[in-house]
Every structure is written in structure tokens, then in C-alpha cells.
Design a binder for this molecule. Structure first.
Ligand code: TRP
Length: 343
């Protein structure tokens, strides 16, 4: 953690559920932003393994590996443990304690009307074993647990995607309610910092995701990446190599060009394509080379940390410790505000 927080613009927290290795959609949409934010803010980044349990309490066999992979992808992308604290949610008892206080004051209908939770619950109900109770007590507490993550650190901002904004709204409502009930000004109202980068499609034009087998992972090697990029959909109406192409109808490949190449490179591709001087296969081979070039330092960092698990453990230990110190400072005020017996 940067020990000098005096010149920072405020405190930030964000978490990610451990759902497997991260892909380029995560990289462009979230990770790049986190890497930038750590220069300006005091940052806590955590793996939300308790949140993973809210939906996958009965399949935990990959939880340890998935948790480690999130940390590896973060470090690879450039999260600097000297600047940010990386911790594991379940290593922070303060969050669990705060979850209890918050769950007492949160009206039941606030969690029941959370739109993101409703969507998630719908997904849980479809295609599931009907004898299984799908929506648990802990699942209903999803936004309350998230509020506890955020309020344990009394942060100023929470960088998230648009789908998480409803949860941050509840967090603000809960913070306000806590302040009202206990006649305190303890909690700030954390604001979402929206990640602005547009979503990157999968190579088949659908939403990028591992279950669709259309994603490029940060941890994929060059060869795999090239193979995947070669599958990217182009202009479907173009039959022959020297037909004039339509970059605006090129569904995926041109989008990737815009996401990864310089403006100059994009312009050149566009002109050559329209003039019929650029075949799709050559174009994608070139694109793959550019993506691989950008991922090179990231992959090298990932390899380094993969080969030194003891260093990663130390980073997490240190992050856990710093997070505990920061959260304990807030929790001691919370216990007092609630009116708990303390020795
Ligand atoms: N719910 C978030 C997601 O699925 C992860 C998360 C848990 C989180 N707690 C948080 C994000 C607190 C920001 C702040 O992406």
C-alpha cells in the first residue's frame, strides 16, 4: 500500500467474483481502469469469494484456483502491490461483522426489489434441478454484503460496470439509514465510478464469455490468441478477397482493430479494406500480431507470478493485513455508533 495517502484524491474499493480466468473484455473494461486509478486514489481491490458462495455454495471445488487466478490476472495487468492493496474478502472478518449490523437495519423489500438480484435469481431458477432450493437467505443478502464491503472502508468511490450500479444505490440508502438511526455522520455515500469502455464482443459476435468459447484470455499464449482472432467474424457480405470491403459491417475484427490499434493503423486498415486491397485473413493475422504485442508484457508478468506463488502469497498477506487495519478503524466507530457493549 502506498503509505503516503495525503496527496490522493480519495479512497476506492472494488471487487470481482472468482469466476475463472479473465479475458480481454475484463482487461479493457475494468482492469485498465483499475491500473490507472491506483495512481490517483488509495485503492483496495478484493476477490469476492463470499459473493461467489451466494450462488455456487455447492460447487466450490475450483474456488481456490479461481481466486488465485483473479489475483494473477490483476498483477499481470499491472495492479502494483506497492500502490494498491489486494485482499481476499473471506480473510476480512470485519466485513462479516458489518454485514450483520447492516442486515439488521436493511428493510426486506429493499433487497427484494434490487433489479440485478432479480435477474440473477431468474437465471438461478432456469435449468436448475427443481428439488434444489436456489435462492438462499445468503443470496438475498448479496447487496447487503456488498454494502458491507464498501462501508467497511467508508470509501468515496466504487468503480463498477453499469450492472452493479443498483447495488451501489442500495449501499447509499443503507448508509443514509444507518446515519439516521444511530444519529451519526459516520458513513459517506459512496459514488459509483462508471467504467466507460464499451463492451468487447466475443470473436463470434456474441457477448464475450468463457462459457461461449469466444473469448481471448489474458493468460492465453500467442498461438492460441492468433487462432482465436482468426475466427473473428468480418464482413459477412464479402465473397472474394479483392471485393471492396465494408469496415462498418465488419462485425468483430474491425471492432478489435479500434480497441487495440492506433488511430493511424485503423485508418490504414479502413482505406485498404474499402479499396479491396486487404483480405480478411491477412487482416486478422496482422490484428492478432498487434494484440499479442500488447499482451506481451502482461503475459510475462503473469508467468513471473505463476512461477513465484510465494510472492503472490506475500502480496495477499500484506493486502489482507492492510485491509484489516483500515477496516478495523472504521468498525471500531461502527460498534460505538450502534451501541455495542465493549471492553
Ligand atoms: N458484485 C460484484 C460483481 O459481481 C463484485 C463485488 C462484490 C463488488 N462486492 C463488491 C464490487 C463491492 C464493488 C464493490 O462484479
Amino acid at each position: 500500500m502506498s503509505t503516503n495517502t495525503a496527496n490522493k484524491k480519495g479512497r476506492i474499493i472494488t471487487g470481482m467474483r472468482p469466476t475463472g480466468r479473465l479475458h480481454l473484455g475484463h482487461y479493457l473494461g475494468v482492469l485498465k481502469n483499475m491500473v490507472k486509478l491506483q495512481e490517483e486514489y488509495e485503492c483496495f481491490f478484493f476477490v469476492a469469494d463470499w459473493h461467489a458462495l451466494t450462488t455456487k455454495f455447492d460447487c466450490t471445488e475450483n474456488l481456490v484456483e479461481d481466486t488465485r487466478n483473479v489475483v494473477l490476472d490483476w498483477l499481470a495487468a499491472g495492479i502494483d502491490p506497492e500502490k494498491s492493496d489486494i485482499y481476499i474478502q473471506s480473510h476480512l472478518p470485519q466485513t462479516a461483522e458489518l454485514h450483520i449490523y447492516l442486515s439488521m437495519i436493511t428493510p426486506q423489500n429493499w433487497v427484494e426489489r434490487d433489479p440485478t438480484l432479480k435477474d440473477l435469481a431468474k437465471m438461478l431458477r432456469t435449468g436448475e434441478d427443481e428439488t434444489k432450493p436456489n435462492v438462499s437467505y445468503g443470496f438475498l443478502g448479496y447487496p447487503v454484503l456488498m454494502s458491507a464491503d464498501i462501508l467497511s472502508f467508508n470509501v468515496d468511490y466504487v468503480p463498477v460496470g453499469i450492472d452493479q450500479v443498483a447495488h451501489i444505490e442500495i449501499t447509499r440508502d443503507i448508509a443514509r439509514r444507518f446515519n439516521n438511526i444511530y444519529k451519526t455522520e459516520l458513513f459517506k455515500e459512496a459514488k459509483p465510478l462508471l467504467t466507460t469502455t464499451p463492451m468487447l464482443k466475443g470473436v463470434d459476435g456474441q457477448k464475450m464469455g468463457k462459457s461461449f468459447h469466444n473469448d481471448i484470455k489474458i493468460s492465453d499464449d500467442e498461438e492460441t490468441t492468433t487462432k482465436t482472432v482468426m475466427k473473428a467474424i468480418t464482413d459477412r457480405s464479402r465473397a472474394r478477397r479483392d471485393d471492396p470491403g465494408h469496415p462498418d459491417k465488419c462485425e468483430v475484427a474491425f471492432e478489435y482493430w479500434k480497441a487495440f490499434a492506433t488511430e493511424e493503423q485503423v485508418k490504414k486498415v479502413q482505406q485498404e479494406c474499402i479499396a479491396g486491397k486487404r483480405g480478411c485473413a491477412d487482416c486478422k493475422r496482422e490484428l492478432a500480431a498487434i494484440i499479442n504485442e500488447q499482451l506481451k508484457p502482461i503475459r510475462e508478468r503473469r508467468k513471473y507470478y505463476e512461477q513465484h506463488p510465494e510472492i503472490v502469497d506475500e502480496i495477499i498477506k500484506k493486502g489482507d493485513e492492510n485491509a484489516r487495519i483500515a477496516a478495523e478503524e472504521v468498525l471500531s466507530k461502527i460498534r460505538k455508533a450502534v451501541g455495542m457493549f465493549q471492553l
